[in-house]
Design a protein around this ligand. Structure first.
Ligand code: CA
Length: 587
């Protein structure tokens, strides 16, 4: 197409009067508008459930590839993106802060954007990106040097570009941004570097900051360029100055519960990992809880004020980040609920109205650090399974080594679970593994790892680490389990056709029966799957897409788990499948 035609088209659009592109209404109704996917999570409630049933348990065996798209180049590593689909175009992000626009019918590239990353970025856990947001005529995504970029969705040209935080201090960005009422809402990454987690909202048109909300007590929020309120109460749950480098990275992004007009974000581990440095009294009376690290926060989207919090792991000491996604749903009795499956191995159901604890059950087998939860959802700690205090060691350098399960990579990590409106169950991609862990002395140094801990990760079972589980949120019952040799690291999607989709590091893209866990269809994608599936409908046919490209945190951490994954090949291919009309009725 020549420039003249482009210019004419653009001027026609601008004089047309109607608002161009994706609207708040499109975003709010993403789940029911099955010809598009304009949110991360297939709806800001993050249910990852499609009401489409054209493709179902009876005909999924006829699902065939429509096209594949290579991300190309030498920049491979983990591909964790969730595709967006809008107006005939698919948008994906790639490793090393790249974005691609692709013709959704043919798989042809329309444009590509490469962020120019500086030397010295500090991504802790691979150079991944988990997806973009779309609003108006813009695509939004975050970069490994902690910036947020708005691109024109038709050209890939930069509309604006803003710094979230200082990458030299360990900040980065990997989550999909979220759009709420014209605001671009982001968190930050860097919890292993003594950064301070925060949630920020910007005007989507201009990129100007509207509000900021640090998630560690003692830090000041802002609203419209001025100080707003302090987060929590200074030194209520943190000793001395430890809150200043207190961690709590909000690295997985958030969800939005329209029923209560609440943004829900999780906060990662408190820093450093050595919990003895964050609890002056070494007591369990709440004075060393380190709020709001390892917590979920309900936030008012209009001003960034915290409405409620629920802390999953007070005085966290095992790297059990509290960031895992919070899914808004209605249970079988019609009650408004939130659910989350934490790194610490417990699955929590909360009251959507105020984040109040309703129920918590283990979703992995061998939790060692807590014997259960009390009536408020607070863990009942097994004190001897906290890594020992190095100050109590003979040499003062290495505390007692303990075995903890789950491992620091969690009963579940970032990979999103799905809720099915058809069954009322959650489908949780979990891992059964533990670790030897010990604490060491540490002092904060800008841009350096701030752990004060060492660890060796190991499988809990010979025959599997990965375990996809169907969990009944009303009873906590595990309805079925699909075991996988390597650790699961990809997202899950459910459909009204009775299907559960996910992928494995071994490269298989799977469709399982939502009632039984039986594998009904599988396809070898050529590299490990750590991405997130989506489905949509186009010209009467149902499509499913998944990105393949092995990487993420697992292959970086060695231990005995390395044996399960060190033979896996990298890659970078987006696969799109369809159920052809001619085969939709076939059984
Ligand atoms: Ca962490």
């Amino acid at each position: 197409m020549n420039r003249f035609i482009l210019a004419v088209t653009a001027s026609l659009l601008m004089t047309g009067g109607a608002q161009a592109g994706v609207t708040e209404e499109d975003i709010a109704n993403d789940q029911s508008m099955t010809n598009q996917v304009v949110t991360n999570g297939m709806g800001r409630h993050l249910q990852r459930y499609s009401p489409l049933d054209t493709l179902n348990t009876g005909n999924v065996k006829n699902l065939v590839p429509a096209w594949a798209f290579s991300l190309g180049g030498e920049k491979q590593r983990g591909q964790e993106t969730q595709p967006l689909v809008y107006d005939g175009v698919m948008y994906i992000t790639g490793s090393y802060s790249r974005v691609y626009a692709i013709d959704v019918m043919t798989g042809d590239e329309i444009w590509q954007y490469d962020a120019r990353l500086p030397e010295g970025i500090l991504p802790c856990c691979d150079v991944v990106n988990r997806g973009a947001a779309i609003y108006g005529d813009n695509i939004y995504f975050g970069t490994l040097d902690a910036r947020i970029v708005a691109l024109n969705k038709d050209t890939g040209d930069v509309v604006w570009r803003k710094k979230i935080a200082d990458y030299k201090a360990g900040y980065s960005y990997t989550a999909a941004p979220m759009i709420v009422n014209g605001l671009v809402v982001t968190g930050n990454s860097g919890g292993e570097f003594g950064i301070v987690g925060a949630v920020e909202a910007r005007d989507a048109e201009t990129g100007e900051l509207v509000w900021t909300r640090p998630v560690i007590e003692g830090h000041m929020g802002t609203l419209n360029g001025e100080e707003s309120t302090m987060t929590g109460t200074l030194n209520a749950t943190w000793p001395g100055d430890m809150w200043k480098t207190g961690g709590g990275a909000t690295w997985l992004g958030g969800s939005y519960d329209a029923r209560t007009d609440t943004i829900v974000f999780g906060a990662g581990n408190p820093a450093p990992w050595n919990s003895w440095l964050r609890n002056a009294g070494q007591s369990n009376d709440g004075s060393g809880d380190n709020l709001y690290a390892a917590s979920r926060l309900g936030i008012d989207p209009s001003n960034g004020e915290i409405k409620w919090h629920f802390q999953t792991t007070p005085r966290e000491g095992w790297d059990y980040d509290g960031v895992n996604e919070v899914v808004a749903y209605e249970n079988r009795a019609g009650e408004q609920r939130l659910a989350t499956a934490d790194r610490n191995g417990f699955f929590y159901v909360l009251d959507a109205a105020d984040g109040g604890f309703v129920r918590g059950v283990p979703f992995v087998k061998d939790i060692s650090w807590a014997s259960g939860l009390d009536d408020n959802g607070r863990p009942i700690f097994v004190e001897e399974n906290r890594p020992g205090d190095p100050a109590a060691a003979a040499d003062g350098k290495k505390g007692d080594v303990i075995f903890a399960s789950p491992s620091f990579l969690g009963g579940k990590n970032w990979m999103p679970m799905a809720f099915s409106q058809r069954t009322g169950n959650f489908y949780i991609p979990s891992n059964e593994w533990g670790m030897d862990i010990w604490n060491e002395p540490i002092t904060y140094k800008k841009g350096a790892a701030y752990l004060g801990a060492g660890f060796t990760i190991k499988p809990n079972y010979e025959d599997h680490i990965g375990s996809l589980k169907a969990v009944d949120p009303d009873t906590g019952e595990i309805k079925w389990e699909y075991k996988n040799d390597a650790p699961l690291w990809g997202g899950v999607m459910t459909t009204a056709g009775g299907l559960v989709f996910t992928g494995t590091p071994e490269g298989k893209f799977l469709a399982l029966d939502d009632e039984t866990g039986e594998v009904l269809w599988s396809f070898q994608t050529g590299s490990g799957i750590v991405g997130q599936p989506v489905t949509w409908e186009m010209e009467g046919e149902q499509y499913v897409s998944i990105i393949s490209g092995w990487g993420g945190a697992v292959p970086l951490w060695g231990g005995e788990v390395a044996k399960k994954v060190n033979y896996l090949n990298q890659g970078g291919t987006l696969w799109t499948f369809k159920l052809p009309k001619s085969l939709a009725m076939a059984q």
